[in-house]
Design a protein around this ligand. Structure first.
Ligand SMILES: [Zn+2]
Length: 470
């Protein structure tokens, strides 16, 4: 088929089905923590996104754009809504969905009492399938289209997750959790060697299969023997140039940091423990990072790591509070996104996490505005996962993963919005007052996999393809 280049340098195939989404559009192309904030985004009051073969091929003012695509077969129009890139959750445990909202005392007690017994149940594939199904429904209902996800020890937990992701064609990152000490026997790897062999087998099975990506995941330093961390580091280094990730927890709570110091007295800090095993590198994503020394920030910056700020978890577990101004210090910034950390976090909604991020900052006499917050939830998350050339923005060439935020989700907010000015004031109202779900529809690879107003709210890719070819 003949292909032509349109004005925005994206490939358009005339004659193939073209989908359009019309409404207010907001998307970031740069980092407002490091550049002039108002030069970092594009906002269009009446815009059109044009999608073909799962990718955005054009976006711009509706009137200027629509005339270029006379063969748009399918147009969704959203009034009183804001169309944004799908949200990105940079740190979440899908296996903790069944125990979200459990009473906690300290982090380590909470793990022992609720987390470990729940994760032990994933040895049963049927249970893992059921939780994966529910987890994806929660993500998509809240407009999250990509997540960086902990499974748990068992092969079943990884297979169940990726199988469900394939059904929606979501771009997801996950992997087997490596943990061979300081856990109940029901959850512990039998040996460091065996665990890393299994991780490599799963990596070969799932990495780059469709949109799926694999991460090497030591739970955190105290639950792996030095031998397991060494083998995990070697596995990561063998595949790092094939875009495999390393994902773990770092510097969440003082009690955890003290424990790491006891286990590794010769290392100068917690980050050095991971680094000494080859685990701190250009595709490493560290969750939490609440209590971080200057030396550690320097290392994370130098190694081009991503960091996941998990504000709802900070408030719920009470272990530490993230300092974004340290993470984004201009002399040594790191890639930064938002994580729900379910079940340490108490909801699956990235917009609600942003409301909590404001509170975490205010408790430390700082603030964070809606502009920077929305960047962290979209483009910042993509940068954290080194996927900023594929997802996190609405622009030609990007994968068509899109959320549609309801600007009038309740009667009171309709009234309250009368007193809000620009789009960022409205967003701040939603982040702060919005109900649990302010998302109307979620598109993944251009397919509307979730629609709040459709009789069948969630639909797999194959079901949608049977209705219309995109
Ligand atoms: Zn976590």
């Amino acid at each position: 088929m003949m292909k032509i280049q349109n004005q925005t340098n994206s490939t358009y195939s005339p004659g193939m089905p073209v989908k359009g989404i019309r409404g207010q559009i907001l998307s970031f192309h740069d980092d407002p923590f490091l550049k002039e904030p108002h030069e970092c985004y594009d906002y269009i009051d009446d815009g059109l996104i044009v999608i073909q073969n799962g990718h955005i091929i054009d976006s711009g003012e509706y009137q200027d754009t629509v005339c270029k695509y006379p063969d748009i077969t399918d147009l969704d129009v959203y009034d009183d809504a804001l169309i944004v890139p799908g949200f990105i959750d940079c740190h979440v445990h899908y296996v903790q969905s069944p125990m979200i909202g459990s009473f906690g005392d300290t982090l380590l007690d909470w793990l022992k009492q609720y987390t470990f017994p729940t994760e032990s149940m994933f040895v049963d594939k049927g249970f893992a399938d059921e939780v994966a199904r529910e987890f994806f429904k929660q993500l998509l209902e809240h407009g999250t289209t990509t997540a960086n996800v902990f499974a748990t020890t068992f092969e079943t937990s990884v297979d169940a997750f990726f199988e469900e992701s394939e059904r929606y064609d979501t771009r997801m990152i996950s992997g087997k959790v490596l943990q061979d000490r300081n856990l109940p026997d029901s959850l512990k790897d039998r040996s460091a060697e065996e665990s890393v062999v299994l991780a490599e087998r799963l990596l070969k099975k799932w990495h780059r299969r469709g949109r799926q990506l694999y991460a090497v995941i030591p739970r955190f330093a105290p639950t792996s023997t030095p031998q397991q961390l060494r083998l995990a580091g070697e596995l990561y280094q063998r595949y790092i140039d094939q875009d495999v990730y390393m994902h773990t927890h770092l510097d969440e709570a003082q009690s955890e940091i003290d424990w790491v110091k006891e286990l590794y007295p010769d290392q100068s800090n917690y980050t050095e423990v991971y680094r000494s095993f080859g685990l701190v590198d250009k595709r490493s994503v560290m969750a939490h990072c609440c209590i971080v020394t200057d030396e550690e920030w320097d290392t994370l910056h130098r190694c081009d790591c991503g960091v996941a700020h998990c504000p709802s978890s900070n408030l719920f577990l009470g272990d530490g509070m993230f300092r974004y101004w340290e993470a984004k210090k201009r002399s040594r910034p790191v890639r930064l996104g938002i994580g729900t950390d379910v079940g340490g976090g108490t909801n699956f909604s990235i917009p609600r996490q942003l409301g909590d991020a404001y509170k975490v900052a205010m408790l430390q006499s700082r603030s964070i505005d809606a502009l920077k917050s929305l960047y962290l939830a979209t483009r910042g998350g993509a940068e954290t996962l080194h996927l900023e050339d594929k997802i996190g923005s609405i622009a030609p060439g990007y994968e068509a993963d899109i959320a549609v935020i309801d600007l009038k989700p309740s009667e009171f907010i309709v009234w309250r919005m009368n007193f809000a000015g620009d789009i960022f004031e409205k967003l701040f109202v939603l982040m702060t007052l919005g109900p649990d779900n302010i998302n109307r529809a979620t598109y993944v690879s251009g397919r509307k996999v979730y629609d709040r107003d459709r009789e069948k709210r969630y639909m797999y890719a194959a079901e949608l393809d049977a209705v219309i070819q995109i």
